[in-house]
Design a binder for this molecule. Sequence first.
Ligand SMILES: [Zn+2]
Ligand SMILES: [Zn+2]
Length: 169
Amino acid sequence: MAGRPGYVTVPILSVLAAIGYVYYTAVFLAIPAWLGLATAAGVANAVAFTALAAACVATYAVAVSRDPGRVPPAFLPDVEDAESPIHEIKRKGGDLRYCQKCSHYKPPRAHHCRVCKRCVLRMDHHCIWINNCVGHENYKIFLVFVLYAVVASLYSLEVLCTVCLRMNN
Ligand SMILES: [Zn+2]
Ligand SMILES: [Zn+2]
């Protein structure tokens, strides 16, 4: 399932298809049935939902394509400075955190991702839905995308419920 980072995978296509499906249902079926696209309220709702869907796709594209954070090649843990938070750099046993696969020292909270085949700064997890790690550089945009997606889902749910209730009355 997991493809190489930077490639468009089946989960990515599924997310885009889901956004497209919800968008089509809301703007071309539900809103016209509810208000009609010839009314000011209908147009306002269609425009608002289109903007929300565009924001979803834009933030999703950034979360997919932005590098989650590389360890700088020159990174060396500061072993001389007794005041530095050395306990963060060391493991329990006291050895410095070193990545065998990347052949470099790991900064605090950096982890090696088996899918990306490299260490990622402040790695949260590897997300198959963006075919990328969620890390230091794309954490914020990933959260913004999730927020937009939740708002769009609630919005479309409300529109659909309104339409369904009207059909039953
Ligand atoms: Zn590594
Ligand atoms: Zn990864």
